[in-house]
Design a protein around this ligand. Sequence first.
Ligand code: CO8
Length: 258
Amino acid sequence: MAYENIIVETKGHVGLITLNRPKALNALSQALIAELGKALDGFEADDDIGAIVLTGSEKAFAAGADIKEMASKTFTQCYLEDFITKGWEAVSKVRKPVIAAVAGYALGGGCEVAMMCDFILAADTAKFGQPEITLGVIPGAGGTQRLTRLVGKSKAMEMILTGRMMDAQEAERSGLVSRIVPAGELLEEALKVAERIASMGRPSVLAAKEAVERAYESTLAEGVRFERRLFHALFSTDDQKEGMAAFAEKRQPNFKNR
Ligand code: CO8
């Protein structure tokens, strides 16, 4: 389909989605979010794609939900539409790994979308924040929950109550991002990491993602039990036989993704 608010490309075995509303700093309009959901569904269904990179521009990953679009909404509208939950959830429901490559502003819904991804690679120009309090609201797409889990209560509380931004260094120190990359190398690095993930056996990639996610949703004992079941199950895959045979034969594995 033709997209108006995002650019969707395939790079090798990686699906690349670029948020593309430059005049509004990639503000996440409802149309953009709907397109993002469609693009993610497309990559999810495409067997040639093993990982997805979500990025924005040099200036902004995304400066939040579209304030002008939502300013006049009423409670009844928000509630009946389940604003904007439907579209946003697509990002957190993708089973294939999604890397957020963030340069510039990732604010409000932009920060929340980045946190829905499996990890964030940050350019040295990245700035993260949840400024909703300055608009008379609070984060509405998981920010109060995910930021708190990622950086801890004290820092999350300060950021959400004051709306202040965090730079890339602080974001790395506090565990919000996995690594900082020079801005000019961000996309290349994100694609390289995604291609490496895509080269692994697909069942083990999906299982690894599911197991790490379980750490957020269960007790340690439950999570460890869940991990063990998935670990055992992977011995039923061709990729496990291939991966271990390749190690013993001192060669690169050739995973079949089955
Ligand atoms: N929505 C709509 N338009 C925006 C947004 C936005 N979030 N951010 C920037 N823009 C527009 C500006 O209005 C401006 O447009 P125009 O040229 O027509 O006036 C253009 O983008 C460029 O922006 P600026 O001139 O402001 O650029 P600056 O470099 O001066 O400033 C900032 C950059 C600091 C990022 C500034 O634009 C800013 O503060 N933006 C708003 C950030 C913000 O408050 N984000 C939170 C939004 S609320 C939210 O995300 C809630 C999510 C809840 C989801 C609920 C789901 C259930």
